[in-house]
Design a protein around this ligand. Structure first.
Ligand code: ADP
Ligand code: GLC
Length: 483
């Protein structure tokens, strides 16, 4: 096997900057690819936290003017990752959310911030910096998706390009007038270029111009070819279906390991579940729930957005409480949902526990202490919390969409008889079906041997990056024509 060099380009990377699963993927895939003979360097925006982590790094390249100010590429290692930070203070030197300002609106210069990231990636790919030229430039989501466009319009020899769609709902659309300021040639503004319904579409550009497209589950790869999940891009995706592949995500099984997790009160694994009972009691305590080992605890760790279907859960709470279950929810996002859950906590004290915010340690405790994890998403490209749930012995109750459908085996009669079920599917997702699933969960909870079987099957499921990384490695090799 020849070593293959990949430049991964992402706007967030765990543990340095994270708003969602993209960071987890960008942070864990490089390590798994190393085992496949693929050397990954990751280009990330030089947010304050990134620059701090790379304090000991080396400035390897300078841009006199990158969209309105000087910038540098700083290379170094942090958290086991081989990183290149795009240090551009005029674009990235601000704390807080990487995409939205304190007023809840997108940062006004996002077009230039993420064009700069893509442009830097293209310059590395074209050998315009002293950094080694990669075989493949792999761009994640719209924030990096202009990299294939800059490489394409440079003309001439260039690395192979891959765009991965983590979420088609976020597309990065900007006014057409920015074409010149973004340094793109006039002919780029075309249907077969970066033009998208009268605007410049960053994700559209990547989907049009990358050599390969991947998304994070086979089912989502099929769903986005249809109008409902295609979000305006299904037509283009159908044209490019031959270049599209769905590769399921894994999770970092070292970060998520109940046998060694320092964030848990006690260690446990599939054979020794005692530590799980301790986590459950600690969770009930932490969330203000009645400490009762017999109560079915349902957990949620999620962004609170329309995608995640948690408004349906708010509506279904009377059934959840009526079944004698408890809810432990951690999340942040849409104010209406935050208020909805806060109100439910006030209405059903001891039964509904909510924590609004972002809390890594509590996320681990919820996975370890809940009996089941709810993921009622309207769409879900992959989803990672159901994978964490299986590893931690919480039974996932998921909408049968996207990666949720691909990773959880529904406890229907046949799957139960075959002994292979790992969770519950809700389909089609909606309030009534969700309520029915809550009732089904409560009745399975009252059948301990069956519940234990679901739990053990989940814990035995391989949710690591091993197989997915092999698929990415094969895709890269195929793309650059190497065995
Ligand atoms: P998405 O990327 O759409 O938000 P995923 O399930 O792929 O959904 O990934 C979400 C990731 O973010 C998981 O690692 C999950 O544990 C984490 N997460 C989500 N919300 C919170 C929160 N409020 N606190 C801590 N971790 C969270
Ligand atoms: C996106 C999706 C989620 C996926 C994650 C990582 O945020 O919403 O389903 O797991 O990206 O690929």
């Amino acid at each position: 096997m020849t070593a293959l060099a990949v430049l991964s380009v992402a706007s967030e990377v765990y543990p340095l900057v994270k708003t969602g699963g993209l960071a987890d993927v960008a942070g864990a895939l490089p390590g798994a690819l190393a085992a496949e003979g693929v050397a990954v360097r990751t280009l990330v925006p030089g947010y304050p936290k990134v620059m701090k982590a790379l304090e000991g790094g080396t400035a390897v390249h300078a841009f006199a003017d990158l969209f309105g100010g000087p910038a540098r590429l700083v290379a170094g290692t942090a958290s086991g990752l081989d990183l290149i930070a795009l240090d551009a203070p005029h674009l990235f030197a601000r704390d807080g959310n990487p995409y939205v300002g304190p007023d809840g609106r997108d940062w006004p210069n996002n077009a230039f911030r993420f064009a700069a990231l893509a442009r830097a990636a293209a310059d590395i790919g074209l050998g315009r910096t002293p950094l080694p030229v990669p075989d493949v430039v792999h761009a994640h989501d719209w924030q990096a998706a202009m990299a294939p466009a800059y490489l394409h319009y440079a003309g001439g020899a260039r690395p192979g390009t891959v765009v991965t769609v983590h979420n088609l709902a976020f597309q990065g659309q900007f006014p057409a007038e920015l074409l010149g300021p973004l340094g793109l040639p006039p002919h780029a503004y075309a249907v077969d270029g970066i033009e998208y319904y009268g605007t410049i579409g960053y994700l559209k550009a990547g989907l049009q111009l990358a050599d390969r497209i991947t998304t994070v589950s086979p089912t989502y790869a099929a769903e986005i070819l249809e109008p409902e999940a295609g979000m305006g891009l299904d037509g283009l995706l159908r044209v490019r279906a031959g270049a599209l592949a769905g590769i399921i995500n894994g999770i970092d099984v070292d970060v998520w390991n109940p046998a060694t997790d320092p964030l848990l009160p006690a260690a446990f694994d599939a054979r020794r579940l005692k530590g799980r009972a301790k986590a459950k009691a600690a969770l009930q305590q932490a969330m203000g729930l009645a400490v009762d080992p017999g109560a079915l605890v349902l957990g949620v760790v999620s962004r609170l957005s329309w995608q995640k279907g948690l408004d349906l859960l708010v509506d279904a709470l009377p059934v959840l409480v009526g079944e004698g279950a408890q809810l432990a929810l951690l999340g942040a996002g849409e104010p209406a949902l935050e208020q909805g859950f806060a109100a439910a906590q006030a209405r059903w004290p001891g039964r509904i526990g909510c924590r609004i915010g972002y809390d890594e340690a509590l996320a681990h405790l919820i996975q370890a202490g809940s009996d089941a994890i709810l993921v009622p998403s309207r769409f879900e490209p992959c989803g990672l919390t159901q994978l964490c749930a299986m590893r931690y012995g919480a039974v996932p109750i998921v909408a049968r969409v996207g990666g949720l459908a691909d990773t959880v085996i529904d406890a229907n009669e046949m799957a139960l008889a075959a002994g292979v079920a790992t969770g519950l599917h809700v389909a089609p997702i909606g309030r009534e079906r969700l309520e029915a699933a809550l009732r089904r969960a409560a009745s399975l909870w009252n059948d301990p041997p069956t519940w234990r079987r679901l739990q053990k099957n989940g814990m035995a499921t391989d949710v690591s990056w091993t197989h997915p990384a092999r698929r990415y490695a094969a895709l890269y090799r195929d793309l650059v024509g190497r065995d």
